[in-house]
Design a protein around this ligand. Sequence first.
Ligand code: F6R
Length: 611
Amino acid sequence: MCGIIAYTGNQNAAPILTASLRQLEYRGYDSSGIALVSRGKLKTYRAAGKLAQLENRLPNKISGKIGIGHTRWATHGEPNDQNAHPHTDTQGRISIIHNGIIENATELKRKLEAQGCVYTSETDSETIAHLISHSIISNPKMAFLDVVRLALKQLQGTYGLVVMNADAPETLIAARSGSPVIIGIGKDEMFVASDSAALSRYTREVVHLDDGEIASINAKGFEVTTLDAISMSKQSVMVDSSQLNYELGNYDNYMFKEIHEQPESIRRTLSGRLDHRFNTAHLGGLNMSPRDLMNVRRVCILGCGSAYYAGISGADMIETLARLPSKAEPAAEFRYRNPVIEPDTLYIVVSQSGETFDTLAALREIKRKGSHVLGVNNVVGSTIAREVDGGIYMHAGTEVSVASTKAYTSMLTCFALLALHLGRVRDLSPQQGEQLVNALEALPEKIKVALEQNQQIKQLAKKYHHINSAFFIGRTNAYPIALEGAQKLKEISYIHAEAYPASELKHGPLALISPQTPTIIILPDNDLLGKSISSLQEIRARKGPVIALTNAQNEDIHSLADDVMYTPNTHPILHPIIMGIPLQLFAYHCAIAMDRDIDQPRNLAKSVTVE
Ligand code: F6R
C-alpha cells in the first residue's frame, strides 16, 4: 500500500525522504514523489515506476528542511506522474500525502471545481489539498491546525495523511482515520511515517496516532488532539531494533531469504511456549483464564489472503484437538454480512502486518458488538495488536517479500500452540499433549530437512514453469495447504492456479484436466491417503500430469505420479506447516525461471491498508 514519510528539522530533507522511501519500497508501489518547502516555495518531484525513476529526476541539490514523501499504490487513477503524490492545491501553497480512500471525493470535487479549484490528477487524494486550501481562504483568521481540522471533518473514507503549508513552513500536520500514522521523535528533528521501517535509520522512539487524532509537529516536538480539539496525552514507545535492521545479506531477494529463515522463525514462535510439565502450551498473552477457555463453545478465525488460509488450518487444528466447532472466514466477507456475534464464541483475527484494513474492520465490528477478540500478529505495536483483547505474537521477524512465507508458517505454529492449549484445557490427554509438544520441538529441524530439497524443486520448476494453468488439490487439512500453494504460485509467477478439495474434482473441475494442466496433489500420510490416491488415479486416467507432495512412503504414489516432492513426516496436526515449504520453493523457482519480480509482484502490496 501507499507509504508515507515526512521530515522537519535542521538537516536537508530530500536525502532523508528518499532514503526513507527506499525502506518503504518493500511494501510495493507504482509511483513515488517528494515535496519540500524551499525558500518559501513548494517544490514537488514525482515519477511513475520504481523509486530509481524519482531519484533520476531529482536535481543534485535540493534545499529545504521540511518535506513530505510518498510511495503510491494506485486506487483512483492509473499509475502515472500526475497521479503520484504529493498533491498540491491550485495556488501551490498546500501539499499533502495520503494513504487510504476518500469516498466522497467526487462530490467534494464537483463543489471545489465550481469554486475555482483546478485539478491536475485523477486521484481522490488531491481533493484533500484543495479542501484545506479552500478552508484557509474561507477562514482567513483561523489557525492552520483548526483549518485542517475543519477540512478533515468533511472527508468520508479512510486516511493516514500529512499536510505541509508553504506559508507555515515549520509545521507538519498529520492525521489518522483508518490508515496507520506514527510520529518519529529525533533530537531537534521529527518524522512522520506510515511504518516504522521508514524511520529505521533515524529513530526508534515513536508515537502511534489513533483514529480521529491529528498532530501538529515541528522540529522541537508535537501536540496531539482530536478532530474536536480535545487534547490527547500520548506515550512514546521504542521500536524493537530487530524490526528495524533487516537486510538482504547474501540473498538475491527477500522471499528466498525468508523461506530459508523458517527453521529459525518457527523456533522463535515456539520459544518459551512449550510446557513439558503439563504437556501443553504456555501462552501468557491470551488474557483468558482456564475457566474463560472452558466456557468457549465455538471458534471463529478471521483474516485475509494467506492469513485466511492459515486460519482455515488453524480452525481444523482447534476442532481436531479441542473438539470445539471451529471455522475461518475472509475478514471482509464476515464484516459485511452483519454476523451474529455470540458471547461464547472465541474470535481470533490473524494478520502479519497487523494493519490489514478488512481484518481491522472485522475486529472492530466484533468488539462493537461486545465480544472478546484475540489476535495472532507479527508486528508488535501494530494497530490490530493494540486493539485486540489478548493474543499470540508470532515473533517471525520482519517479513519484506510481498508473498508471505515465514509469517504464514509462524501463524500456523501459533494456531498449533493454541489448539494444544485449548485441547489440554479440555479433553486432550497428557499423552496426546506430549506427542504434540515433542513434535513441535522437533519441527524446526524437520523444516531444515524439507528445505534441503531446494535443488530438486528447482529442476521441477524448470520442467513445469511454461504451463498456463495448474490445479492444487487436497483433502480435509490438506485443502488449505493446496489453497496456499496455489496462492504462492499465482502471486509471484502469474501462472493461473486454482485449489480444490480433492473430493470436489469430479463435481466440475475434472473437465479442465488435460496433458497441459498439471495437478499438484497434497498427500499427507493419514487415514485418507487411499482416497486421495484414488483422486490421483482419476487425474491420470484423463492424461493429466501429476506432481505429488507427500510425507508417506507409498509405492503407488511413485508409480502413479509424474513427479514427487517429499517432506519429512511429523504429527498430523503439523502437516500444513511442513508441507507448505516445497510449495513455496516450487512457486519461487517457477517465478525465477520466468524472470519475475520476486519481492514486489505486479499489482500487489505488502500491507493492504485500504478496503
Ligand atoms: C500472500 C499474502 C497476502 C496476505 C494478506 C493479509 O502471500 O501475503 O495474501 O496474507 O494480504 O496480510 P496480513 O497478514 O498482513 O493481514
